[in-house]
Design a protein around this ligand. Structure first.
Ligand code: F6P
Length: 564
């Protein structure tokens, strides 16, 4: 049994009751953003925050001064500040795995060595030792000093991993693409579906390919299967090209020069045949979905260079420091988490859209899905007792303006409230004109138009004034009062991206704390993994088939009848 104090049941606190009363009173008076803006000329100023590279406008949320006060009070009542301190100091707040939760240590400066000793480990010192090795390795690959088995420079990295060992790196690689400066591209393989590997290695020359295997455990079925497939692809390719003769020594040499690994399980890495000198470790206190800033980011350092990664880490660290040191009521990070709780538990919102108005962030919603939903999609609290409220909203989204032409209809006029975060940047690396029109401004005009339409809507009278037939008026009315947060930045660069990721990490932490969750385990993914092992033999083995339920049996029968 863990010695972390049992969670405080938020729903039993007077602060929760005060929020419920406040919610009821807002409902009975009627929520009107239009009126709230008119009544308070300071509203935008009071609900705007500047934090390093990012500007936040929370004014289009369904909150008043009173709501903010009450939410901050709820945070205090559930011990948010104490738990924040506990997390940053390495207390084992991941109770079900009895682990510290120290992704924040990954971005502390080297000068903090010796300041964070957890379970006997000097965490910051160890982090920087690995970072320095990664920087040196990446530099040698980037400069061409590191050569493939036939003496050629590496041109492509194939990174193999899944979940936290893939989504973060892919998202960041896509986001920072304009900054790739070494002529090295990265392709990410994650799915065990052989189609993924087949498409990703298409057209690649094994002589100029470096494979990075990324797996915290180095046991994940998908990753290990893909790693073996990649090894076969590479060795067969080299043999076919006459680059190696296939002898044990030539194979060992090829693996040494074309395979590196990132893992917490360095023993299994060595067993795979990878030279321990080419293995980059991290630690059990870094959750998979919190690991893009650990060695899991190796492919990024190769593509973008060490300085970019340093800026990336500095962005995270700036946000960590702010989150840690700012009182809850003025802390935009804590407030965003608490406002999400407000929507989930009082407005009964079941989902939350994240809508980046930046094509380079097109994988950001997918990345956030693992971060938020694997963390807070839970029904049991950190002491093993059942949760006392709804938890874990569904995060989803798409880069603007594509989403506008797909699902925004539901956000504007559907029956369920969907809070949304809009993310945009003032500058683009690709300034373009369409005649006299700056296309980036056309794009940003859409971001502003959407948040305005969602907040303020369009009344029946406004629709009528356009000459709309009376029977059609209701279909064209926009209720407004659909909440959004606008996150605006100067430029999407490594520093801003680090901040953005840390922002959502801590939002997830805040929500998890109110709900009493261990946001750092993921037992919900285990059953499917176990069953897959049990079911797979049933495709051919009648005894294994007989042990299955009727539906699974019928589906396997279909497979047997159709597989050629
Ligand atoms: O899907 C469960 C999970 O454990 C994730 O939490 C993790 O990011 C992913 O699998 C990959 O795990 P690993 O890095 O150990 O291969």
């Amino acid at each position: 049994m863990s010695d972390v104090p049992a969670p405080i049941d938020a729903t039993k606190t007077p602060e929760w009751k005060a929020l419920q009363d406040h919610f009821d009173s807002l409902q009975s008076k009627g929520i009107s953003l239009k009126d709230w803006f008119a009544a308070d000329p300071q509203r935008v100023q009071k609900l705007s925050f500047d934090l390093s590279d990012l500007h936040f406008d929370l004014s289009k949320n369904l909150v008043t001064d009173e709501t903010v006060k009450l939410l901050a009070a709820l945070g205090k009542a559930v011990g948010l500040e104490e738990r924040r301190t506990a997390m940053f100091n390495g207390v084992h707040i991941n109770t079900t795995e009895d682990r510290a939760v120290l992704h924040t240590a990954l971005r502390r400066p080297a000068s903090d060595a010796g300041k964070l000793i957890v379970d006997g480990q000097d965490c910051v010192k160890d982090v920087h030792e690995v970072l320095d090795r990664m920087y040196a390795f990446a530099d040698s690959v980037r400069s061409g000093e590191w050569k493939g088995v036939t003496g050629k420079k590496i041109e492509t990295v194939v990174s193999i991993g899944i979940g936290g060992s893939d989504l973060g790196p892919v998202m960041v690689y896509e986001a920072l693409k304009p900054y790739a400066d070494a002529g090295i591209s990265v392709r990410y393989v994650s799915n065990i579906d052989p189609n993924d590997m087949a498409e990703k290695v298409k057209g690649l020359d094994p002589e100029t390919t470096l494979v990075v295997i990324v797996s915290k455990t180095f046991t994940t079925l998908e990753t290990m299967t893909n790693a073996r497939e990649a090894r076969t692809w590479l060795l067969e390719g080299l043999k076919a090209q006459g680059a190696i003769d296939g002898s044990d020594a030539s194979v060992a040499d090829a693996i040494k020069k074309h395979f590196v690994a990132v893992s917490t399980n360095l023993e299994l890495v060595e067993k795979f045949g990878i030279d321990p000198a080419n293995a980059f470790g991290f630690w059990s206190w870094v959750g998979g979905r919190y690991s893009v800033d650990a060695a899991v980011g190796l492919s990024l350092i190769i593509a973008f260079g060490p300085q970019m990664f340093k800026d990336f880490l500095a962005g995270f660290h700036d946000l960590d420091t702010y989150f840690c040191e700012t009182p809850l009521e003025q802390n935009v990070v804590a407030l965003m988490g608490l406002i999400n709780v407000w929507y989930v538990n009082f407005f009964k919102a079941a989902s939350h859209a994240v809508l980046p108005y930046n094509q380079y962030l097109h994988r950001f919603p997918a990345y956030l899905q693992q971060l938020t939903m694997e963390s807070n999609g839970k029904s049991t609290r950190w002491d093993g007792t059942p949760v006392t409220s709804d938890t874990g909203e569904i995060f989803w989204g798409e880069a603007g303006t594509n989403g506008q032409h797909a699902f925004y209809q539901l956000i504007h006029q559907g029956t369920r409230m969907i809070p949304a975060d809009f993310i945009a940047f003032a500058n683009t690396p690709n300034p373009t004109k369409d005649g006299d029109q700056d296309v980036h401004e056309l794009f940003l005009g859409n971001f502003l138009a959407q948040t305005k339409a969602l907040a303020f809507g369009k009344t029946a009278d406004e629709v009528r004034a356009e000459g709309t037939a009376e029977w059609m008026v209701p279909a064209r009315v926009f209720t407004g009062n659909r909440p959004t947060t606008s996150i605006f930045g100067d430029t999407l660069n490594a520093h801003a991206l680090g901040e953005l990721i840390a922002l959502y990490e801590h939002i997830t932490f805040v929500e998890g704390t109110v709900w009493g969750l261990d946001s750092y385990d993921q037992w919900g993914v285990e059953l499917g993994k176990q069953l897959a092992k049990q079911i797979t033999p049933a495709f051919h083995d009648d005894e294994a088939l007989a042990a299955q339920d009727a539906s699974t049996k019928a589906l396997i029968a279909y497979y047997r009848a159709h597989r050629r």
